[in-house]
Design a protein around this ligand. Sequence first.
Ligand SMILES: Nc1ncnc2c1ncn2[C@@H]1O[C@H](COP(=O)(O)OP(=O)(O)OP(=O)(O)O)[C@@H](O)[C@H]1O
Ligand SMILES: [Mg+2]
Length: 402
Amino acid sequence: MTELIRTLPLVAAQGGVLSRWLTAWRDAGNRGGDRSTALPPLVRDIVAPTAATQGVGDVAASRLFSLRTIGKLFDGGVQALDDINLDIREGEIFGIIGRSGAGKSTLLRTLNLLERPSAGTIEFEGRDLLTLDAAELRQLRRRIGMIFQHFNLLSSRTVAGNIALPLELAGVPESHIATRVDELLDLVGLREQRDRYPNQISGGQKQRVGIARALATEPRVLLCDEATSALDPETTQSILALLADINRRLGLTIVLITHQMQVIKAIAHRVAVLDGGHLAEQGSVGDIFTAPTQEITRTLLREVIGNDIPAGVRDRAARLLESGEGRIWRLSFRGESVDRPALTEAAERFGLKINLLHGYIDDIQGMPFGSLVVAAAGADAVLDAAAAFIESQDIRVEEVVL
Ligand SMILES: Nc1ncnc2c1ncn2[C@@H]1O[C@H](COP(=O)(O)OP(=O)(O)OP(=O)(O)O)[C@@H](O)[C@H]1O
Ligand SMILES: [Mg+2]
C-alpha cells in the first residue's frame, strides 16, 4: 500500500489520460461490467482497489470510511463527539447535518485526521488510519481532498497558481502540471479566470478554485466543510450542481457537512443527523425526509418542508370540528402512493366529507413525497374504516390533535 501511495504523484502527472481511464472505469461500472478491467494495472490498484471485489448490494466491499465508536473529548472537557458509528460508501454523496456546535466540523476533520479522535477507530479503504505514521498520513491526505467555507486560497497566487499548488507539492513535473491545471479549469468552468488573483473573482468562483485545487491530486473523496454557507442562494445552487456533476462524472465520493437541509435535499444520497455530539439518526435522504424518527431531524426539516400547520389553518380546522363529528388527519405520501386516488376513493366508498386544509408535494431526487392535512367528517366507525383503507394504499394517516 505504501508503495502504491508513493506512485501517486506519477499517476497525478498523467493528467488527461487518467481522466479518460476514470471515465472508462465509471462507464464500465454503469454498464454492469467489471470496471477494473477498463484500467491499466497501476491505476487499477490505486483508484479501484475495491472495484474488482465490489458486487451489487455488497456494502462491505464498497465502504470507503468505517467509523466505530468515535469520540472526541477536547482539552477543557468539551465532548464534541460521542459514540459515532457510521460507514461512508464509495461513490456516494454523504451529508452530515446538525445545528451549530453539534460536532460536524470535528467529525469531518477526523476523516483525514486533522482532528485525532480520543476514542474509537476509523478505517479508510480498509486501513486503520490511527496506525499511520506522519509520512503515511501526508500521503493519505492527497487522497482526501477538502474544501472550506471561506475557500482558504493563497492571495498571492493566481487561480491557476492556487490549483497548481498541490501538484507542485507532490513533485509532479511542470509540463504535466500545466495540462492538469487546464483540465481542472475546464472542469470547474474557470478557464477565463486562470490568471486572476483571488481578490479579482467572486465568492462562487473562489469556491470553484477550491474545488479544482482539492481535485488536483485525483483524490478518492472530497470533504466539504460548509462549502456553500458563505454564498448567496443562486451561487449555492451552481456550486451544488458542480459537486453533483463531479460525483456523477468522476464517481468521486463526497462527504459534506452543512446546517442547511436544502443542501442535503439538493445533492446528498444519505445523511447523518448530529445532535450535541451524538448521532441522532442516519439513513437515505428519502427515508429521513419522509419519515424522520427524531425531534432534532423534524426541527431541521421545518426549514425545507412546511410540516407545521399554520395558525390560520388550525383555527379553520377547529371550527370545522366544532360543527360536527370528524377528525383532522395528516396524510403522508411517498413514491407511487402520491399518484393514487386513495382520498377520492375513500370519500366515495365511505361517504366521507373531506376538506383540504394544508399540504405540499415535493420531490427528493426523483422520488415524489408529500403531506396533506384534511378534515374528514363522519361517524367514528366510518372514520376508522376509512383510515384503515387509506393506510392500505401506502399512505400514512396520523390524527392531528389541535
Ligand atoms: N479545538 C477545540 N477545543 C475545544 N473545543 C472545541 C474545539 N473545536 C471545537 N470545539 C467544541 O466542540 C463542539 C463542536 O464543534 P464543531 O466545530 O465540530 O461544531 P459544528 O457542528 O461544526 O458547528 P458550526 O455549525 O458552528 O460550524 C463545540 O462545542 C465547540 O465549541
Ligand atoms: Mg463547523
